[in-house]
Design a protein. Structure first.
Length: 268
């Protein structure tokens, strides 16, 4: 059965706010995940943070509570590549709240090699953290997301899922599949009131990219292929991700927003 129209929600003065909503963010202790968490908190949401490093996660939680004293911020150390941990994450959410409004599948990883050089464990590991975790967490979260009339999932993909870049074949494969997962779930779960969208960053200034961008020649190559001629910031990805969660985006689902400084539109 189709859900009632949410036109009223989209037209309210609070369409640019997330007050009273609960967001679960994976890979939330640094980089893009942390920036998304900050953005959602700034819009009024409460946050539940997941990352593998317990110490880093707790430090970030304390920092966020200082910045947003009126928000609820909880944290759980877990590995989303492990199915037992994935199930434990959703049990934790259910114990803390009546449902879930927002799921951000941000956790990911990579190992860049020539295609013929990957071991089976290496490429399967990339699939587990980048793709299977998002699929399984979305499925496990579905009963919690559907407790509300409207809710949303945002998957953090990459331009490497759209075009060939030097990230390695398994990474590009997982990010391409993540975009198709976004489309499929958007269609399948629209009648449940769950919107599913994605963002696809190009080079963003994070700890993970700092090594490659420290190479002056490589940096110049990246800049030469980026019409805006600069590296993106985590906050710029966070803005796009947060927008997709807002009531103002209530008629947007199945979309992928590239946050790439024009990289994908580059021509000669």
């Amino acid at each position: 059965m189709l859900r009632p129209s949410v036109k009223g929600d989209a037209m309210t003065p609070n369409r640019w706010r997330l007050d009273g909503q609960l967001a679960l963010i994976t890979g939330a202790s640094a980089g893009i995940g942390l920036a998304i968490t900050r953005e959602l908190l700034a819009f009024g949401a409460d946050a539940m943070l997941v990352a593998r490093d317990a110490d880093a996660l707790e430090a970030v939680r304390d920092e966020l509570l200082d910045e947003f004293p009126d928000r609820s911020v909880n944290a759980m150390a877990a590995d989303v590549a492990d199915d037992e941990d994935r199930r434990a994450i959703l049990d934790w959410v259910e114990d803390h709240a009546d449902g879930l409004n927002i799921l951000v599948n941000n956790a990911g990883g990579n190992l860049t090699k020539a295609a013929v050089d990957y071991t089976e464990d290496e490429w399967r590991g990339i699939f587990e953290i980048n793709l299977f975790s998002a699929f399984e967490l979305s499925r496990y979260a579905h009963p919690l997301l559907t407790r509300h009339a409207v809710s949303s999932i945002v998957n953090v993909g990459s331009v490497s899922g759209i075009t060939a870049v030097r990230s390695g074949a398994p990474y590009g494969m997982t990010k391409a599949a993540l975009q198709q997962l976004t489309r499929n779930l958007a269609v399948e779960w629209a009648e449940d009131g769950v919107r599913v969208n994605a963002v696809a960053p190009w080079y963003i200034r994070t700890r993970r990219t700092s090594g490659k961008l420290a190479d002056a020649d490589y940096y110049e190559e990246v800049i030469d292929r980026t019409p805006m001629r600069r590296i993106g910031e985590p906050e710029e990805v966070a803005s796009a991700a947060a927008f997709l969660c807002l009531p103002a985006a209530s008629y947007i689902t199945g979309e992928c927003i590239a946050v790439d400084g024009g990289f994908l539109r580059y021509g000669f």
